[in-house]
Design a protein around this ligand. Sequence first.
Ligand code: ZN
Length: 322
Amino acid sequence: MKRRLKLKKGFKITIFLIIVLSLGAVIGINKYKEYLYHQTYEYKLLEHGYSMDDIKIIQSNWHTNEEIEFYLNNPVNNNYIKLMQEKYYLKKNYQQYIEYMKDNPKLDLNTIVRNINIHYNEEYYTTDFKTDSSLEELMLVNKYYSLDSDYEPTDLVSISSKYAWGEPGSKKVKSNVLDAFIEMWEAAKEDGYYLMINSAYRPYKDQEIIYNNYKAKQGQKYADSIAAHPGHSEHQTGLCLDIFSKTNSNKQTFGDSEAAAWLKNNSYKYGFILRYPEDPNINVTGFTYEAWHFRYVGKEAAKYIYENNIIFEEYYAYFIEK
Ligand code: ZN
């Protein structure tokens, strides 16, 4: 009898101990899980003041711990989140966007993203980025990106005097660009406009002469406002044409002509873009409005640039350079 009681008591104690230990284990595991969760960036960002939606955006755009620490080391700022939702946002430029935002508090986020993507925050002719000429019709040449002095395009062909002014055969352009131009020329003619080319491929040394002449006569400031430094002119690519109409070759008035309007709205169908547009909001190409300067970029890029009303630099930064 006594023994049975003892056994019962022992059994009860064992059960009790098992329950206590199990509970302890469950609590311990939960505490440990909580401890682990508190170490995560999700928890830290929530504690810092960001919402779960914000955190999802942060996490989908950021990968390294160092990058997420940035949010914890700075006060909560909704612009940081909105920035990542900008159409042309590039992750690699994030720190630069933030710096630029601080320096230019009046600029909207769209402008901040654009200016940084296209290096507009840098002084002209100070970056010395090399143009990747292997990109062919998508290569970028501007006041930041330059071609070497010995760069010459392949497949240059002479333009017939039917399409170009000057000494017959003296003007050259890349053969695929001439094909595209002739297709456009025919379409323009159908609509009543007779297009004429005033300038096409220009070798490095010619650009050097042009620039140095302006510089010698009217000083560097004036020269910079009117001509590109050698190596920085798109005409060296063999992808550019200065196009006027037979009845108007005047740089002052051509922009107001019907032919210019036709070119502006139809050239993309043939792979050309109005490279230096008039709209002051997008006049960040480094060149003032040139109603006659058309650049061949191929039909796909030209269509996108036209339909989205962006400049080639923006397209290049987002789709090519990345
Ligand atoms: Zn030009």
